[in-house]
Ligand binder design. Structure first.
Ligand code: SAM
Length: 309
């Protein structure tokens, strides 16, 4: 004979029950984003392959093409959706015209930007309201390769109620392809690629120190032709990121149509030079994705040590 339960059964009308389920959906998210893996098919806008083609630059909101050398906002959108949660703090150590901050605000994230040129930092601050500059965007004018910059970033993080940043964007000058200033601290003002890599490594180390464990960083960079050879700025900088402690997670090839200004008459000249000089005209740059994962790093270093014995 079936035992009768003494639990009281509360009957909820069907419609009300449906509503309760809708109010309390069980989300399955990674600790570093808001993507609900239970509904992963809803995120067709989030890229998961390694070839990124963007036919044109997003010019909505406060984004513009006014700064020669700025990155396209769609990159920031991809990074933030995939690797940040709402209210997270993004740290951009080559802030330029503030693309990261504009996109961060649009997506309900916050941003700290470091830019070497004070006049540019001042100009970019004018893109934001006084309220946004208190609560969501912090702009520091300084040298991202210096030791002192970490204290300045930490002070801003403290104000924002965070111990560390939750994502890092690194979009350095591509050596001296575009010269941003005459300042000696400017990475576009180095006397040789080796000096550029050494300065970049200092920025990478600062980035590592300021990032929360378990979180991600993106490096956007292209290569250059110099002294009759192809200088792989991208892969040398990638190596410096690893030296700073980052774990490589992905390399993405991105077409540069969207960021290029019209080449106009010089297009033919470049084609002639390419044919005559035995090289190819760049149509791509790279996006490298890294993670800070102290546990995995220690394990990897131990394994390498064992192999060396
Ligand atoms: C490629 S641009 C970044 C553009 C930016 N992602 C945007 O979308 O506007 C590189 C920027 O790094 C700045 N820069 C160069 N050396 C620096 C340094 N040591 N510390 C901080 N910023 C630096 C340059 O002034 C320039 O604005």
């Amino acid at each position: 004979m079936a035992r009768r339960s003494n639990l009281k059964v509360v009957e909820i009308p069907q419609q009300e029950a449906d509503l309760r389920v809708a109010e309390n959906p069980i989300k399955k998210c990674k600790p570093y984003n808001d993507i609900d893996l239970n509904n992963w098919k809803d995120y067709s806008n989030v890229k998961t392959d390694t070839l990124w083609l963007f036919p044109s630059r997003d010019k909505s909101d406060r984004h513009s093409n006014e700064y020669h050398g700025n990155y396209i906002p769609q990159l920031a959108e991809q990074f933030f959706e995939r690797f940040t949660k709402k209210k997270d703090v993004v740290l951009d150590l080559f802030f330029g015209s503030g693309t990261s901050a504009i996109e961060a605000l649009k997506m309900g994230r916050r941003c700290i930007g470091v830019e070497l040129k004070p006049e540019l930092a001042q100009h970019v601050a004018e893109k934001f309201t006084p309220k946004e500059l208190v609560t969501d965007v912090n702009i520091i004018s300084g040298d991202s390769a210096s030791e002192e910059i970490k204290d300045k970033i930490q002070a801003r993080l403290d104000i924002m109620g965070e111990e560390k940043a939750q994502f890092v964007v690194l979009h350095p000058p591509y050596d001296d392809i575009i010269k941003f200033s005459d300042r000696k601290e400017d990475l576009s003002n180095c006397s040789s690629p080796e000096e550029f890599y050494n300065m970049f490594e200092k920025v990478a180390k600062n980035a590592y120190d300021m990032l929360e464990d378990g979180r991600f960083a993106a490096l956007i960079i292209g290569d250059e032709y110099k002294n009759g050879r192809c200088e792989f700025l991208s892969f040398f900088c990638e190596q410096r990121m690893e030296k700073a402690g980052f774990i490589p997670k992905a390399v993405i090839v991105k077409d540069i149509q969207g960021n290029e200004r019209a080449k106009g008459k010089t297009a033919n000249l470049w084609r002639y030079r390419a044919l005559a000089g035995g090289f190819y005209i760049f149509q791509h740059e790279y996006v490298f994705i890294f993670q800070k994962d102290e546990k995995a790093r220690k394990k990897y270093l131990k394994m390498m040590e064992k192999q060396a014995v």
